[in-house]
Write a protein that binds this ligand. Structure first.
Ligand code: PCA
Length: 163
């Protein structure tokens, strides 16, 4: 089975609300490789009515973003795509990540937001997603009033029907 590297920077990290998705063996396999940082800079922002973390597809703007690298199988990668609604919501792209321990640069899948609303570029750019430190707590799906994709219009120019 093909293995893939995935770089997670938001709610999929350890001690974050979607980490269980990576740990659930029903979803496939995931093995922690190490902490890493994006080779390029990106704006990492917390946005939408639910305070969701997004790396915006504006390479060269923002900070070198810190996250975690996982070695995942095909099954886990397709389940991560389901969680992130790739390619309608986040889009999964290969990006270079520098592993903190070895200094090695590896190509990893990253979920980024394309077609974002321009005002998102006025938000503070984070180097690392640490919800405990910030005043905008993440609202998990089960606590949302409207579980549908309507909230995507908070952050995306186009609605979910037109991509
Ligand atoms: N989950 C994915 C993308 C943003 C999010 O909250 C991640 O942790 O990388």
């Amino acid at each position: 089975m093909t293995r893939h590297l995935a770089f997670v920077y938001g709610t999929l990290k350890r001690n974050e609300p979607n980490h269980h998705w990576l740990e659930d063996t029903e979803n496939g396999e995931a093995r922690f490789v190490g902490v890493g940082t994006t080779e390029e800079t990106y704006p990492l922002v917390v946005a939408s009515r639910y305070n969701i973390p997004y790396i915006l597809a504006a390479e060269g703007t923002g900070k070198h973003v810190q996250g975690e690298v996982y070695d995942v199988d095909d099954k886990m990668l397709s389940n991560l795509d389901i969680l992130e609604d790739h390619p309608d919501y986040y889009e999964r792209k290969l990006k270079n990540i520098k592993l903190e321990n070895s200094g090695e640069v590896v190509e990893c899948w990253v979920y980024l937001l394309f077609k974002y609303k321009p005002h998102l570029l006025e938000l503070p750019f984070l180097t690392s997603y640490l919800p405990g430190d910030q005043s905008k707590p993440y609202i998990p799906r089960y606590l949302r009033e409207e579980p549908g994709p309507e909230y995507w219009t908070d952050v995306k120019v186009t609605d979910f029907k037109s991509g």
